[in-house]
Ligand binder design. Structure first.
Ligand SMILES: *[C@@H]1O[C@H](CO)[C@@H](O)[C@H](O)[C@H]1NC(C)=O
Ligand SMILES: *[C@@H]1O[C@H](CO)[C@@H](O)[C@H](O)[C@H]1NC(C)=O
Length: 245
């Protein structure tokens, strides 16, 4: 069940790449310090989003809908339950419909921070997974396919970092979204035992809110590290003063 939560993150946090592509002439930008900066930024993100979602290969920006993740691994621990989950060949759908609700920015000395409130009405994530864990002294392995569907995903995404040689270098990324509804499925969670897998899925779908909250800090840790890398690779190709004039 933790797998699904991880996959959720893979899907969601990708929207961090809301930077503008190399061809600025086509993109709406906003003048920093202008009185309507926040509302201008919100509109800019919303208007540029369809272009961003398609991906921009020259700046290493991948397609975001569907977004493809090769592999990601997360260690987790809550109470008696510890283990590790690896997801592979993950595809997530739904980011194209992202709605930008409001944006706050802060520019002080050489640091720039964006806080982006957003919501995604519907997401679907699918892929392969492998889990290896223990519940007390009981060993539990799972392996196969999974999928997760979610509704009303929303939260604040924070991006923060130093501006070095006109490049924005992130050292902080955070996104811990709320989810309105979630449904998970996996082919095998319990050493090939169909009955236990079925029971676990029923349990997970009933108590997904609790499981999600428990898994969030662990998944966020893997996710934030992944996203800082991805964003910085893209941002290293973009002039800060052109992106945020
Ligand atoms: C997830 O996969 C299962 C098994 O293939 C399938 O029955 C189910 O419909 C899928 N869920 C969604 C939302 O497509
Ligand atoms: C983007 O950055 C990578 C390495 O950081 C570089 O190889 C590539 O040429 C850059 N592309 C553009 C369009 O600047």
């Amino acid at each position: 069940m933790q797998t699904q939560t991880l996959a959720l993150f893979c899907a969601l946090c990708v929207s961090c790449i809301a930077a503008q592509p190399a061809d600025f002439s086509q993109m709406k930008t906003c003048k920093r310090g202008s009185s309507d900066y926040s509302s201008c930024m919100r509109l800019a993100f919303q208007e540029n989003w369809p272009t961003i979602v398609r991906g921009i290969p020259v700046i290493d920006l991948p397609q975001l809908d569907p977004f493809h993740l090769d592999v990601m691994s997360t260690d987790y621990e809550f109470g008696e339950v510890t283990g590790k989950i690896v997801v592979r060949n993950v595809k997530s759908y739904g980011l194209a419909k992202t709605r930008f609700l409001s944006i706050r920015s802060n520019h002080e000395d050489n640091r720039y921070r964006l806080e982006i409130d957003l919501e995604i009405p519907k997401m679907f994530v699918e892929g392969d997974f492998k889990s290896d864990g223990t519940i007390g002294s009981f060993n539990v392995m799972g392996k196969g396919e999974f999928n997760v569907s979610m509704e009303d995903v929303s939260g604040t995404m924070t991006l923060e970092g130093e501006i070095i040689n006109d490049r924005w270098v992130l050292d902080k990324f955070n996104f811990m979204p709320e989810v309105g509804n979630m449904k998970v499925w996996a082919s095998d969670l319990f050493n090939g035992n169909k009955e236990l897998t079925k029971a676990a899925l029923t349990f997970a779908n009933q108590y997904w809110q609790i499981l999600y909250r428990g898994m969030l800090p662990h998944a966020a840790k893997s996710w934030n590290a992944y996203m800082i890398n991805l964003c910085n690779r893209i941002l290293s190709n973009l002039s800060f003063s052109k992106l945020f004039p």
